[in-house]
Design a protein around this ligand. Structure first.
Ligand code: SF4
Length: 422
């Protein structure tokens, strides 16, 4: 592998992120509308807030071995996909997912992207309430598959994902029942608005905004693509319309729960502490963060997660959080999981170096980027920033904040762009 280090903030990155052709349908796969890759079809499933139950891990293991390449693949939106589905198995796969009740509405299949702060499983009930409200509203089914909803516990770790519609806690979630009374600031297009609402009210407010966005978005996929700001303003007015009954204006009082100097919410500040490892909780339980190199989990490892019989979150950072474990179970998960590809060391180069699918799975790729990424991993600590390998300028799955960009130019050859200095 040859590294041709080139200059700072490359114009090539800027160009490749320019708004593409929004007249075509976005290609985000779903359960039925699959994406055809070189290694077969990709079927993608959405779990509200990334909340996956033990039974669902078992179901996913079954889907991976029956229809896919034997692995379960996490995306950078915490969605879960099966790769390598044959043309003949497409219908069977979709029917099995519906049978498992893992796609509650095929009409809404691709827009149900709801991500949650991974350190607070108490957001799961709110994620499900929001999902239910969106599912109960036929108009939201026309939203693009790129639409992103987020619920942030106040750390700001969701805000930097630039969600289209989000809520960030301004008061602390203190237990499993507190989400209804917790106050959240409403976020549109990644921007903090001047309005807050309680958790009880959030599903109604966000669904009203989503309904209006579906009506006015025209060919746009994301709210942030509205460069004129006119559509954005209409959405703010929807939030303001709720002010008399649900939301209240708080002006520029930027307060949120859990914020510290180190993690002040910001669109620019990518919080890369992915909570990998062992976390002792005040109630005596253990939370585990398991890192998945390249976002890949074997079917055997998924079965292992299921045996813990606990609440889990599949996150945007290629990790799975396991909550409420007693110490002996946590130790067993770490021991067995390490043998099956789970990483519990947050500083492991296996987690700080990521890659798109590349060859042979993606025909657009100019190189086998995962092979090349592993070569770099074997050289040890990659340095201060995450590293991402891309087979082409689309840069699928790149980290949200600053990262070292390895862009393939031919087989094993890369243009390397360091992040611009602070
Ligand atoms: S970045 Fe390009 S090569 Fe890599 S998976 Fe995406 S489309 Fe394929």
């Amino acid at each position: 592998m040859t590294d041709n280090t080139c200059s700072s903030a490359a114009s090539s990155i800027k160009e490749s992120f320019a708004l593409g052709d929004r007249q075509r349908s976005d290609a985000c796969p779903g359960v039925r509308a699959m994406h055809e890759a070189t290694d077969g079809y990709i079927g993608r499933m959405r779990f509200a807030g990334g909340h996956v139950t033990a039974d669902q891990w078992r179901n996913l293991a079954q889907l991976a071995t029956t229809f896919g390449d034997g692995d379960i693949h996490l995306t950078t939106r915490g969605n879960i996909q099966i790769r390598g589905i044959s043309s003949a198995d497409q219908t069977g796969f979709a029917e099995q997912v519906v049978h498992y009740a893992m796609s509650p509405s095929l009409a809404h299949d691709r827009m149900r992207n709801i991500i949650c702060s991974p350190r607070t499983p108490w957001l799961h009930p709110l994620a499900h309430a929001l999902d239910d409200a969106l599912l109960a509203t036929p108009a939201t089914a026309t939203l693009a598959g790129r639409t992103l909803f987020a619920l942030d516990d106040g750390r700001g770790d969701m805000l930097h994902r630039t969600p289209d519609m989000a809520a960030i806690a301004t008061t602390a979630l203190v237990n499993a029942d507190s989400w209804r009374d917790t106050e959240f600031r409403i976020v549109l297009g990644g921007n903090l608005t001047d309005y807050i609402a309680t958790g009880e009210e959030i599903p109604q407010v966000i669904t009203a905004v989503a309904t209006r966005w579906a009506a006015i978005r025209d060919a746009l996929w994301r709210i942030g693509e509205d460069t004129s700001g006119e559509k954005y303003q209409q959405l703010v007015e929807v939030v303001a319309d709720h002010a008399a009954t649900t939301t209240k204006a708080i002006g520029n009082d930027h307060q949120w729960a859990n914020a510290t100097d180190a993690n002040t919410p910001s669109r620019e500040n990518d919080i890369i502490d992915r909570f990998v490892g062992w976390h002792d909780e005040p109630d005596g339980t253990v939370t585990l963060g398991a890192g998945l190199p390249f976002g890949k989990l074997t079917a055997t490892a998924a079965e292992l997660l299921a045996t813990a019989e606990c609440t889990t979150t599949a996150t945007c950072w290629h990790t799975v959080m396991l909550y409420g474990l007693d110490e002996a179970v946590a130790e067993a998960v770490v021991k067995a999981g390490s043998l099956h590809g789970l990483v519990f060391d947050r500083h492991s180069p296996r987690l700080s170096i990521t890659a798109c699918t590349g060859l042979p799975g993606c025909e657009k790729s100019l190189s086998d980027v995962r092979r090349d990424a592993i070569t770099l991993m074997q050289q040890g600590d990659p340095g201060e920033y995450p590293v991402h390998f891309s087979g082409c300028q689309r840069r699928c799955g790149h980290p949200a904040g600053k990262y070292v960009d390895y862009l393939a130019t031919s087989d094993g050859e890369y243009e390397v762009t360091e992040p611009a200095p602070q």
